[in-house]
Design a protein around this ligand. Structure first.
Ligand code: ARG
Length: 467
């Protein structure tokens, strides 16, 4: 009978003294990594079948191990499994339970394997399904945005630079900008998935194994595209987790901008939209309040997701090859970021269909702020005036309007012609908001044709996803 505490029984042969209890607690990761239990068992089942094919385990041993693992899986699913901190991590908890259940033969599962290739495999498997889930949420949110854009195609709002009114845009065009960002986010996750989907199993602790294993078989059984080519790289890099966190951070940064706009737009000063009651909260003291809590939270949670990326980058920085215990710190941030991104996307896709759009307020904001000034300058440039001069002429007209509390189209033709004789009566048509947005018919512009084309393009790209 091996001496020492429980976890020492898994590796304690060369130890005389016992691990300090607080040290064991500090070193344990099972509270966090038990989330990979299903992946751990999936990986172990594939490993045990491969050991049989390669003649390292007998058929009977492999079957006994696999059945034992399946029973443990049932216990975990049913919430019957007792996780023990003394057993350090998910891997040793499951292996220990296996040995308890089927006896010493359970100890053969770990032949030709190390916890180092095991944990790298588990995390890749976990991230593969988390990535697919997030990709599904991204598609669902993109659909919601496209639907909304289609519904509000005729709504015109101010477009901003420096948060100052710049030029009028279709509300749809603004929404489709987010759709484009999220489409790239989907692409990014897809590319990450390709690099993620390689099997580290067979790398052992760091240098491979002397047993005649077939890593191709485990890779195939686990749905990996290929086997990692270098054993040291396979167990020591976490770039796939960094890529995942980077994709997550970019999604959150995108969402935080949309959230910030919804917060602004739903405030009294803008009054462009009303957010649904289902996604807003009141104040315990101010009865009139309706706060955009969900948007604020997503904006806030962007910090912790970007923090998870920064945290893991710094954990990995300067680590010598191959495995180091530092790397056990990789999971908490990854799980948290995955949950946060998935839930944030879901909140946005359920919130957006419930917004009320105040088209009149948007239009008024666009028409009161000289958003058509560029169009008057373009008009003059089209009639031969160098654009710089046209800019100057219109600038003076804007100043005149500001003094008189008017907008450009309220100036009489005579006064406009005093500024430049190139101006004709047709200028009033050019300055209408609808004409202004439709005039921008360049690719990716805000004209009805362009926005409709963008909506159709987005729909085509979404039709590839069945979800
Ligand atoms: N719990 C460990 C981790 O997450 C598993 C690998 C442990 N390997 C080792 N050589 N101590 O990193």
């Amino acid at each position: 009978m091996a001496k020492g505490n429980l976890s020492q029984r898994m590796w304690g042969g060369r130890f005389e003294g016992e691990t300090d209890t607080f040290v064991a607690k500090f070193g344990a990761s099972v509270d966090v990594d038990q989330r990979m239990a299903m992946e751990d068992i999936q990986g172990s089942i594939a490993h045990a079948s491969m050991l049989k094919t390669c003649g390292i385990l007998t058929g009977a041993e492999s079957t006994e191990i696999i059945n034992g693992l399946k029973d443990i899986r049932e216990d975990i699913r049913a919430g019957r499994f007792v996780w023990r901190t003394e057993l350090e991590d998910v891997h040793m908890n499951i292996e220990h339970a296996l040995i308890q259940r089927i006896g010493l033969v359970g100890g053969k599962l770990h032949t030709a394997r190390s916890r180092n290739d095991q944990v790298a495999t588990d995390l890749r498997l976990w991230l593969r399904s988390a990535t697919r889930h997030i990709m599904g949420e991204l598609v669902a949110l993109r659909r919601v945005l496209v639907d909304l854009a289609e519904k509000h195609l005729q709504v015109i709002m101010p477009g901003y630079t420096h948060l100052q009114v710049a030029q009028p845009v279709r509300f749809s065009h603004h929404l489709m900008a987010y759709c484009a960002m999220l489409e790239r986010d989907s692409e990014r996750f897809g590319q990450t998935l390709g690099r993620l989907n390689r099997s580290p199993l067979g790398a052992g602790a760091l240098a491979g194994t002397g047993f005649p294993i077939d890593p191709g078989q485990t890779a195939r059984q686990l749905g990996f595209d290929e086997v990692a080519a270098n054993s040291m790289d396979a167990v020591s890099d976490r770039d796939f987790a960094l890529e995942f966190l980077s994709c997550c951070s970019i999604v959150m940064v995108h969402l935080s901008r949309l959230c910030e706009e919804l917060i602004l737009w739903s405030g009294q000063e803008f009054g462009f939209v009303t957010l649904p009651d289902s996604h807003t909260t009141g104040s315990s003291i101010m009865p009139q309040k309706k706060n955009a809590d969900m948007c604020e939270l997503i904006r806030g949670k962007t910090g912790r997701v970007c923090g998870a990326l920064t945290g893991l980058l710094i954990t990995m920085k300067g680590l010598p090859l191959a495995y180091n215990k530092d790397m056990q710190e990789d999971k908490e941030g990854v799980f948290d970021a995955a949950d946060t991104v998935r839930d944030s996307l879901k909140i946005m896709r359920t919130q957006l269909p419930g917004i009320t759009v105040h088209a009149g307020r948007m239009r008024a904001a666009a028409s009161q702020a000289f958003s058509n000034a560029t169009d008057l300058a373009d008009y003059l440039a089209n009639r031969g005036m160098p654009f710089r001069d046209a800019h100057e002429v219109v600038g003076h007209l804007v100043m005149m309007c500001l003094r008189e509390g008017k907008v450009l189209e309220e100036l009489s033709l005579i006064r406009l012609q005093e500024a430049s004789p190139l101006i004709g009566a047709d200028v009033y048509t050019v300055l209408r908001l609808d004409a202004v947005v439709d005039a921008r018919d360049s690719l990716g512009g805000t004209s009805e044709l362009q926005v409709q084309a963008a909506i159709e393009r987005a729909r085509r790209s979404l039709s590839d996803h069945s979800d």
